[in-house]
Design a protein around this ligand. Structure first.
Ligand code: PMP
Length: 419
């Protein structure tokens, strides 16, 4: 591009940006929340379980204490989706993030199966953080002083050459964060080879754990659902049965604020976790678990319900891709992912421009997740990655927000080239 063209494009982008800003909009693309239209899909739950209904299939009175591992019939519905045998799956309260948090805390305070010392008694604790990744995984570790070591993501999961080398030589590395299906924020799913290598790799730490956050296990956007390899089974076959903790929830299936969370693992890990959880509760909300059983019915019911979500979410993902393509294709200013499920799109802009894009967008009334949030300590060294969360706004507002975002990318990009 000649400097003349860059200057012209810069001037045009500035003009478009000022015009956009003058509209005085207030749009929010920050967090991956279900839209009200998606929440409507589950409104039947609000009148369940119904008057006089409070027993499980085996006749247990669910109004009372007990049943720390959760309702068996609900665990049956989710066992296949989460790839955990129902007997090794636990249904809890409403947040999987809180159970990830508690699992880390319990590992800090009590020796894990196969471990020698509790993590808190060890000199240095570190987790691998594939980037870009989920900010709350990172802040959870930061809060407990657990060091985060960045590992680059590839199109099929974390770069396994890097992962294998690091865990083999460093006994301080106790865990890795994985969102294996429709990852947050790139939307990629792990290849079978990556899962196999994670399950089989030698680790210097005997108490190394994979935190397998399968938050988007059933959140497909196409009729070709992504299938990932079974990490629990592969780990067992590789002689590391206690390696993975699998997490999931119905937060983006029924109600984000009133769903059910799950954790699954080996028998030994589940026994360890339940023992520790029993210090904090005598049992979770089993009436809510019963509502979910009544509403979803079985694995087929779950799949049908997720197709209804996809009808609402897919046009939004399509709109983001269409508008970014119209506005940025051929400019060399951006690349973005085209996920086939999940809640996020990852947008990469020229190095050194992500913060500028987010600031420009904010000043024009479009709130984005802060640049850097996809990296531990908020530190995206290349200042390049922006997480786009398209689900919450209605389609018409989303389209305007993405047009604005694309304008900000052009302005930030040409500003840089023109400087
Ligand atoms: N894990 C991932 C990867 C997520 O994206 C989210 C929500 N944004 C969560 C966990 C939160 O799950 P929950 O609502 O079950 O706490």
């Amino acid at each position: 591009m000649t400097s003349q063209t860059v200057a012209e494009r810069h001037a045009q982008a500035r003009k478009d940006y000022e015009a956009f800003k003058a509209r005085g909009l207030k749009l929010d693309l920050t967090r991956g929340k279900p839209a009200p239209a998606q929440l409507e899909l589950s409104n039947a739950i609000l009148s369940l379980p119904g008057e006089g209904v409070y027993k499980s299939a085996d006749g247990t009175d669910l109004r009372n204490y007990g049943g720390l591992n959760g309702l068996a019939e609900l665990r049956e519905i989710f066992a296949a989706a989460l790839q955990v045998p129902a007997g090794q799956l636990v249904a809890l309260g409403n947040s999987s993030l809180s159970i990830m948090h508690d699992t880390v805390v319990h590992a800090l305070l009590s020796v894990l199966p196969g471990g020698e010392k509790k993590w808190a008694a060890q000199e240095r604790i570190a987790f691998l953080a594939p980037v870009p990744g989920y900010d709350r995984h990172f802040s959870l570790c930061e809060r407990f002083g657990i060091e985060l070591i960045q590992v680059p993501m590839t199109g099929e999961g974390p770069d396994m050459d890097v992962v294998e080398r690091l865990v083999a030589e460093d006994s301080g590395i106790k865990g890795i964060w994985c969102v294996p299906k429709y990852s947050n924020p790139s939307g990629i799913s792990y290849s079978d080879d990556v899962v196999r290598r994670l399950a089989a790799m030698p680790t210097a730490a005997p108490d190394f754990r994979i935190f397998w956050d399968n938050a988007y296990a059933v959140h497909h956007l196409t009729d070709k659902p992504s299938e990932i390899a079974d990490v629990l089974k592969l780990s067992e076959e590789a002689g590391h049965p206690d390696r993975p903790f699998v997490f999931g929830s119905t937060s983006k299936i029924t109600f984000a604020g009133a769903g059910v969370a799950f954790v699954g693992s080996s028998q030994a890990n589940v026994a360890w976790l339940l023992k520790n959880l029993s210090m904090a509760t005598i049992g979770h909300d089993k009436i809510n678990q019963l509502r979910h059983v009544q509403f979803l019915k079985d694995a087929e019911g779950l799949a049908a319900h997720m197709s209804a979500h996809a009808e609402i979410v897919r046009p939004k993902f399509d709109a983001v891709d269409r508008i970014l393509t119209e506005q940025l294709d051929g400019t060399d200013l951006a690349s973005w992912t085209k996920p086939e499920g999940g809640y996020f799109i990852s947008l990469d802009v020229p190095e050194g421009c992500a913060k500028r894009v987010v600031t420009l967008a904010k000043e024009a009334g479009v709130a984005l997740t802060p640049a850097g949030a996809t990296h531990p300590y908020g530190d995206d060294k290349a200042d390049r990655t922006i997480r786009v969360a398209p689900t919450f706004p209605v389609l018409s507002e989303l389209e305007v927000a993405i047009e604005g975002l694309a304008t900000c990318v052009r302005l930030a990009g040409y500003e840089k080239l023109d400087s």
